[in-house]
Ligand binder design. Structure first.
Ligand SMILES: Nc1ncnc2c1ncn2[C@@H]1O[C@H](COP(=O)(O)OP(=O)(O)OP(=O)(O)O)[C@@H](O)[C@H]1O
Length: 257
């Protein structure tokens, strides 16, 4: 079942074509990797899927409960509510809030109570609040941050901040999760754990995952399918083995590492 379809998306910044006629179909339950040298356009692909940028050309369709939703040009909050959520290359947590509060905010995107019920403290609100708390605590347990729940986000070491960002993304109940360099700054042990973690949340939360990563062991280890961008152009697509043996890729990317 196709979850996301990107049709010939082009993103131009003035005279620069950051992404050129990009195509992708994400199938439910896949982990797909996007690789390429610095400046190849990977983050721009994420930004255009999540509504940060509007494509200059092309169309993005999200398929939810069998209905096709044209999400081209929707705002980031609208796209996130529909069920496409992301993490960022440069971690974007609310640094002065606690670990738990950061996850709560993810929940808030979908909470039904409005401002009035929260002021009046209607039962509806308290029940939702309690559910949010329980869910947030569960997510923290899942990412191994229960002990740190009352610590400020900025005080966490890098690897834990990355896991917290994933917990916050999961709190929005996504069906598609986009991870921008989830292993950045992690040591080999943390990276190994992250790979297991990504596979396990995919199964548990019924996710489809699209990830950008420079750590080749992550991409080769967990992605069944990999796309390679170079100067905004998709130069290869295939299994880890096919990608590793593709001379264009070796020249454009693997050789540069
Ligand atoms: N808002 C913007 N305005 C102008 N140019 C931009 C903008 N965002 C990205 N670019 C340019 O688009 C190109 C692609 O950038 P992008 O960040 O998507 O690459 P990337 O593959 O994610 O790189 P990296 O691996 O270094 O993160 C680069 O030349 C970059 O300078």
């Amino acid at each position: 079942m196709i979850m996301l379809k990107i049709d010939n998306v082009t993103v131009k910044f003035g005279g620069l074509t950051a992404v050129n006629s990009f195509k992708l179909e994400l199938t439910k339950g896949e982990i797909v990797g996007l690789i390429g040298p610095n400046g190849a356009g990977k983050t721009t692909v994420f930004n255009v899927i999540t509504g940060v940028y509007k494509p200059t050309e092309g169309k993005i369709t999200f398929i939810k409960d069998k209905s096709k939703i044209n999400i081209t040009g929707l705002r980031p909050d609208q796209i996130s509510k529909l069920g496409i959520c992301r993490t960022f290359q440069n971690i974007r947590l609310f640094k002065d809030l606690t670990v738990l509060e950061n996850v709560f905010i993810g929940n808030h995107l979908r909470i039904k109570s409005n401002i009035f019920s929260s002021i009046l403290r209607l039962p509806n609100y308290t029940r939702e609040e309690r559910e949010m708390y329980e869910k947030s605590m569960y997510l923290l347990e899942r990412v191994g941050l229960t002990k740190e729940k009352d610590e400020k986000a900025y005080s966490l070491p890098y690897g834990k901040q990355r896991r917290l960002e994933i917990a916050r993304a999961l709190a929005t109940n996504p069906s598609i999760l986009l991870l921008d360099e989830p292993a950045a700054g992690m040591n080999p042990q943390e990276t190994k754990e992250l790979m297991k973690f990504i596979e396990s949340i995919k199964d548990e939360f019924d996710l489809t995952i699209f990830l950008i990563e420079h750590h080749m062991e992550v991409v080769m280890g967990i992605c069944k399918r990999i796309l390679v961008l170079d100067y905004g152009i998709s130069i290869a697509e295939g299994s880890p083995r096919e990608i590793q043996n593709n001379p264009k890729v070796v020249q454009a990317y693997l050789g540069v590492e």
